[in-house]
Design a protein. Structure first.
Length: 100
């Protein structure tokens, strides 16, 4: 972010944004498993909620602007794209969706 680099958003990034309340979770399971807490009821370090509560809002805003598919350019006449995990080979780029 500070370098002005381009990035693609991935499923764990999206999950983090969901725990921050900035996006609707990707899966249809609205039931989240509770994270472990210590004897005082505080979230254990490293829990999703603890990480989300300490995550910088500016970084979250930057992640929200990152695409799922980044069109990089052409190499040898073929389009080069960057994705987090992969594409469905039977679908055109414009048909790839975050829920596909």
């Amino acid at each position: 972010m500070k370098m002005g680099a381009s990035a693609v958003i991935g499923n764990h990034d999206y999950d983090l944004l969901g725990y921050m309340g900035l996006v609707k979770p990707l899966d249809n399971n609205d039931e989240k498993k509770p994270s472990k807490t210590d004897a005082a009821g505080q979230f254990i370090i490293g829990s999703k909620e603890q990480i989300a509560s300490n995550f910088e809002h500016e970084a979250a805003e930057w992640m929200l602007k990152s695409p799922f598919i980044l069109r990089v350019g052409e190499i040898d006449g073929k389009e080069l794209v960057a994705v987090h995990g992969g594409l469905q080979p039977d679908k055109a780029l414009d048909e790839q969706g975050i829920h596909s």
